[in-house]
Design a protein around this ligand. Structure first.
Ligand code: UDP
Ligand code: MG
Length: 140
C-alpha cells in the first residue's frame, strides 16, 4: 500500500446531467480525497494533446469531439493506492461491462460517454496531473 494521487476527469456527459456531486460522493465514500479540482471547457487541441496516446485508434476523433463538447471537472484524487482504487471505483471502460456499483455502470451512457476518466498508472497519473495543474494548485 502506498499513498498516491491520480488524475480524474468528470466528463461532459456527467457534468451536463448535473451529477458531479453524486460522482464525488463515490470517491469520498471509497476512501479517496479530492485534493485539487477545477471546472474547464477544453478546446479541441487541448483534448487532442491529452489523448495523444490514442491518436491511431478508430475512436480518437469522436472522443476528442465529445471531450471538447462541454465543460469537464478536472481533479486530483489522493489516498492509499489511489490509481488502482480509482480504476476500481470507476469500473470497466464500457458501462455495459462495468461491475454493479461502479461509477461507469451507474452513471455512464455508453463506451464513449462513460462519465469519468482515471489515470491508468502511477507514472501516467503524475504526467496527467502536471498537464492540468500547476504546482501552486497542488497540495504540498
Ligand atoms: N473510448 C471509446 N471507444 C472505445 C474505447 C474507448 O470511445 O472503444 C473512449 C472512452 O471515453 C474511454 C476513452 O476513450 O474512456 C479512453 O480509452 P481507454 O482505453 O484509455 O479507456 P479508459 O482508460 O478510460 O477506461
Ligand atoms: Mg485510459
Amino acid at each position: 500500500m502506498s499513498l498516491q494521487r491520480t488524475l480524474s476527469i468528470i466528463k461532459p456527459d456527467a457534468v451536463g446531467r448535473n451529477i458531479t456531486g453524486s460522482i464525488n460522493a463515490r470517491f469520498e465514500q471509497e476512501g479517496l480525497r479530492i485534493t485539487a479540482q477545477k471546472m474547464m471547457f477544453l478546446c479541441r487541441s487541448q483534448v487532442e494533446k491529452f489523448y495523444e496516446i490514442h491518436r491511431d485508434k478508430a475512436f480518437y476523433d469522436s472522443l476528442c469531439e465529445y471531450m471538447s463538447s462541454g465543460p469537464v471537472v478536472v481533479q486530483v484524487l489522493s489516498g492509499e493506492d489511489a490509481v488502482a482504487r480509482n480504476r476500481r471505483i470507476m469500473g470497466a471502460t464500457n458501462p455495459a461491462n462495468a461491475e454493479i456499483g461502479t461509477i461507469r455502470r451507474d452513471f455512464g451512457q455508453n463506451v464513449e460517454q462513460n462519465a469519468v476518466h482515471g489515470s491508468d498508472s502511477v507514472e501516467n497519473a503524475e504526467k496527467e496531473i502536471a498537464f492540468f495543474f500547476s504546482k501552486l494548485e497542488l497540495m504540498p
